[in-house]
Design a protein around this ligand. Sequence first.
Ligand code: SF4
Length: 264
Amino acid sequence: MAYPLSATKLQLYHRCPQAYYFRYELGLKAASFFGSTAMGTALHQTLAQFYQNWHYLEPLPQLKWIHQCWQQHSHHLNPSQMDEGKEILTNYYFRFIASQTVLRRPLAVEGKIQAQIRAANLEFSITGRYDRLDYMEDGIELIDYKSNRQLDSPKLEDIDLQIGLYYLGLEQRYHQSLRRLSLLYLRTGDKLVYDANPKQKRLARAAISELAVRLRTDEEWEPNPGEHCQQCAYKRYCPAVTSHPESPPIGVKRERQMQLTLSL
Ligand code: SF4
């Protein structure tokens, strides 16, 4: 059975192997800071329908098309959320649709990236998700909608790993290169654009190989203290930041070892 790997997992491993061990090897759940909200889900579904169900027989849809899509996905929200969402989508329309001469059909919306990668004799199954894939002249643009109230530009290191991993995945699925990753903040109208390059692909491959070796040898998952410790959910177990750390409960480690044995 292939070992499942996502950008979130690879980013955590790169940041701190010990935090990765607590989270994914012992299976200790960490509270999520940004759970998916009903409003965020409704906005994502609306935009998926907006692009997917438009007939593309006219150059541009009118504003009422995005409002019709919103109506279908917002009926469970309260009146003020419905108004807020409508305003967010109206702004989106004028910022990203009305300014174009023609609306181009995306390559895909709301999909999954799935690919297999082999490293150090281990099979990894890469999974990821995207909100939209657009064609560019020389490759693909991956678009991720963000419904946060504020712009929270991610760390460049995290972005590099995410792009590298998606690069590998999209290459297998579409036989085209990822050219850029764009984070589109729906509430503020900001769009952060990150160009993809072969260095990121190499970085992701190197991190996967390092992880593969560690999984095979089961050597120590050393802590990597830094600023990120402030938000770490595992501080009480961590000898690098706590003088008398608690012993973590044993979770799913034994099960994972069996999976690795089968895959070799
Ligand atoms: S507290 Fe810091 S060093 Fe310890 S596990 Fe968490 S991120 Fe790693």
